[in-house]
Design a protein around this ligand. Structure first.
Ligand code: DHB
Length: 304
């Protein structure tokens, strides 16, 4: 057997395969399909201070090669998350990473302070990059100074690992990566969805009520891979690669480009077992290719 374990700061994952926020609910929804404990980690749907109903429909549209969504971070709010969702998550042995978002910069340390008193959380992923909410959202990771100061404010209230989830909708993602590293993030996850849109020609209406939306799925894989590579050349903290990963080979490409771990997102919607298939696929591929430790792959791209 090859050694699939890796470290994200002080966080040890049994393997590099995690599931992306918003594509896996609060994990219990997938318990009938897979052994959740075989995953490297689970990243919850975004939690906010107050409950949110989300955006008006239509909120989802399929395109060739991808999916547009503008869900608007609907969730039960932090108090109900703690009472209703954490008891199940606490029964799992895999790592639990809670994704959080704020309407304002001050929301981030406030919600983390509340969650820090809760047992069974292994790390936080800061959603700096939702393209679909009017307040906050994208603005937190589109500006390096803001990204650094929000990360600093979170660092000041927790010793748990912090992962900053970055938007690709910027000119220089490496600068944002450096800023959150400066702010004390243990890792980045890259990338969140690309801003996109689609139009229904007969009605000339947008296919999504909010007009623009987050674009994900296989179509974005080459774009996301280039962002991960750009980050790898610039920053010193681990990268969790995301963007259109649908099979084992996709995951391996992200590792070679510089990711230490990966997230499976949109593919969970058509195959709820895909994440486990990728864990098994990585084990088989490593054995066949005489890779003793998966960490050997990270950043192993050969340029010449
Ligand atoms: C939503 C949030 C995101 O971070 C994203 O990339 C896409 C959609 C949402 O809940 O609307």
């Amino acid at each position: 057997m090859s050694d699939l374990t890796l470290k994200i700061g002080r966080l040890v994952l049994a393997n590099p395969v995690t599931v992306a926020s918003g594509t896996f609910g609060y994990a219990e929804e997938f318990a009938d399909f897979i052994d959740l404990n075989q995953l490297g980690g689970i990243i919850t749907k975004t939690v906010t201070l107050e409950p949110r109903p989300g955006n008006p429909p239509p909120r989802i549209a399929e395109t060739s090669g991808g999916m547009l969504n503008s869900i608007g971070l609907p969730n039960v709010g932090v108090q109900k998350f703690i009472t209703d969702k954490m008891p199940f998550l606490r029964t799992l042995t895999t790592k639990i990473i809670v994704n959080v978002a704020g309407k304002s910069a001050e929301d981030y340390p406030e919600i983390i302070r509340i969650l820090d008193a809760v047992e069974g959380i292994d790390a936080y992923e800061l959603n700096y990059s939702c393209p679909n909410v009017k307040e906050g959202g994208l603005s937190f990771s589109a500006n390096a100074h803001v990204a650094e100061s929000v990360t600093k404010s979170v660092r000041a209230v927790t010793n748990r690992p912090i992962i900053a989830k970055l938007t690709p909708n910027v000119t220089a993602i490496g600068e944002i990566g450096l800023a959150v590293e400066q702010g004390g993030a243990d890792a980045v996850s890259a990338v969140n969805t690309f801003v996109g849109m689609a139009i229904d020609i007969p009605s000339r209406r947008p296919k999504i009520a909010m007009v623009t939306a987050g674009y994900s799925g296989p179509a974005i894989k080459p774009l996301a891979l280039a962002k991960v590579y750009e980050l790898y050349k610039k920053i010193h903290i681990p990268i969790i690669g995301i963007g259109g990963i649908c099979d084992t080979n996709d995951a391996i490409e992200f590792l070679i480009a510089g990711a230490a771990a990966i997230q499976v997102g949109t593919a969970n919607f058509w195959d709820p077992c895909i994440s486990i298939k990728i864990v098994e696929g990585l084990q088989t591929w490593c054995r066949q290719n005489h890779i003793q430790k998966i960490t050997e792959l990270t950043g192993s791209l050969k340029i010449k």
